[in-house]
Write a protein that binds this ligand. Structure first.
Ligand code: 5AD
Ligand code: SF4
Length: 463
């Protein structure tokens, strides 16, 4: 009891991608080893960690307004001292000096490859008036020094297998914020995966900015690609589902394509960004592939796994994008038919080649194109979800819904599924009859649920 009273508390806020979600979990684990307990609000925190995203301007701007908000709340806190504010992640890496200048309330600035040092950085800050800055990029060092994974709260988990990017698409900050491509050794990953499986994780999503470029040292010393790594992980008892994200078309090797047809644990879902349907724009983006290469790839993937759910990222309004170029993007979407997607207006990022191009597209044009694109993509997502109505599919139940008696899970195609069912299902995979597909997910009935429970599916609340 006395121990609880003296425990320091940390609040971590995560912005951006799934890799940041993974990093935030590791940050919590690192600080737990230093005596910190995680808290759900900044109100009672001794340490506030903002794990930031630099990918688009909106994402970065949010960080500066949040810093101000947390600093003010901390200063007004009755009877306690203000929390130390640490800015971590990609904004720290890209704008560390500016943060130190603009936000005097920030105590620690730590890049994505140095967060394993947070305990020592926070201690150093206590002795210094100025912000402590750690922006080195020794990525191998980080993974070697992180503590063992602690019990996750969910039957699904992320595992970063690869970080960084050598591709230098002309719109993207990742090669600058996350550094050069690095693949973790397979033995380290198999170890981490076994720990997670032992803690009840049923579904593992392998993460990397260029995950399908994974090339790590295999268990026998020889280099291993992503397909080889997946086959190794598929042997771990208890792990029932494997996924990976995010991929580049040029690294989609035949072994990986075939794995989609041959590996039962590999889920029928693939996130494969195409960015633009116009060869002219693809060249200007330095994507190093054409529209045709992408479409051929999709055909091969569908030949290997006919029911594969495809997801993608698209950018509209890249510098120099004409109406015709944009029509090419729409027609590619028409041809592929995506199950889900993320689409963005081009956002000029300081230091990237495209940001200094003269032929920037006007904001209203970007907005109109995004609207048209998203209308089409939403229709496709709804159509994909509706197709599943009437079918029985395995669902991994993950959490309770907002409404009593509702549980939420994931289909093999990464759709959210809601059903009236007992919460004891959480953590297991059950065959589920899908009654309806909606814009954002599926509504089902867990087959074999206790008799006499309500059968009407909930009609709202899907994330
Ligand atoms: N502007 C808009 N979207 C971007 N993305 C990356 N950089 C930018 C940018 N400068 C998108 C890409 C990428 C996804 C993670 O974010 O579509 O695949
Ligand atoms: Fe954002 Fe990219 Fe950094 Fe992820 S890696 S946090 S998406 S900038």
């Amino acid at each position: 009891v006395t121990e609880a009273a003296t425990t320091k508390k940390v609040f971590v806020k995560t912005y951006g991608c799934q890799m940041n979600v993974y990093d935030s979990q590791r940050i919590v684990e690192t600080l737990a080893a230093d005596g910190y307990a995680e808290t759900a609000t900044a109100d009672d925190a001794d340490l506030v960690v903002l794990n930031t995203c630099h990918i688009r301007e909106k994402a970065s701007e949010k960080v500066f307004s949040d810093i101000g908000r947390y600093a003010k709340a901390g200063a007004n806190r009755p009877g306690a001292s203000a929390p130390v504010i640490a800015v971590a992640g990609c904004v720290a890496q890209a704008e560390g000096a500016e943060i130190a200048r603009r936000a005097s309330s920030v105590g620690v600035i730590v890049g994505p490859q140095s967060y394993h040092r947070l305990p020592e950085l926070v201690a150093e800050k206590a002795r210094k008036p100025k912000a402590v800055v750690a922006l080195d990029m020794p990525v191998a060092d980080k993974f070697a020094k992180l503590p063992t994974r602690t019990r996750p709260r969910s039957p699904t988990a992320f595992l970063t297998v690869q970080e960084g990017c050598d591709k230098f698409c002309t719109f993207c900050v990742v090669p600058y914020t996350r550094g050069a491509e690095y693949s973790r050794p397979a033995s380290q990953l198999i170890e981490e995966a076994k720990v997670l499986a032992g803690q009840g994780v049923r579904e593992l999503t392998l993460l990397g900015q260029n995950v399908n470029a994974y090339r790590g040292a295999g268990p026998n010393g020889a280099a291993l690609g992503l397909a080889g790594l997946l086959w190794q992980l598929a042997r771990i008892d208890g792990l029932e589902r494997l996924r990976y994200t995010t991929s580049h078309p040029n690294d989609m090797g035949d072994d990986l394509i075939h794995a989609h047809g041959e590996m039962p644990k590999l889920m029928p879902y693939l996130h494969l960004p195409f960015q633009s349907g116009s060869d002219r724009v693809l060249a200007a983006m330095n994507r190093n592939h054409t529209r045709e290469v992408y479409l051929d790839l999709i055909a091969k993937l569908r030949a290997a796994r006919p029911d594969l759910a495809l997801s993608t990222d698209v950018i509209v309004g890249f510098p120099g994008e004409t109406d015709d170029d944009f029509e090419d993007t729409l027609s590619l979407v028409e041809e592929v038919r995506f199950a889900s997607s993320f689409s963005f207006k081009y956002s000029p990022r300081p230091g990237t080649p495209a940001a200094s191009k003269a032929d920037q597209v006007a904001e209203p044009v970007k907005a109109e194109r995004l609207e048209r694109l998203q209308t089409l993509l939403k229709q496709q997502q709804l159509a994909f979800n509706e197709q599943k109505a009437g079918r029985v599919i395995p669902v991994l139940w993950e959490s309770r819904g907002k409404k009593d008696g509702v549980v939420i899970g994931k289909s093999p195609y990464l759709q959210t599924v809601e059903a009236w069912a007992d919460a004891s299902l959480i953590g297991s995979i059950t065959e589920t009859r899908i009654e309806r597909g909606g814009p954002n997910g599926l509504y089902g009935v867990a087959v074999g649920r206790a008799a006499g429970t309500e059968t009407q599916p909930p009609m709202h609340g899907v994330a």
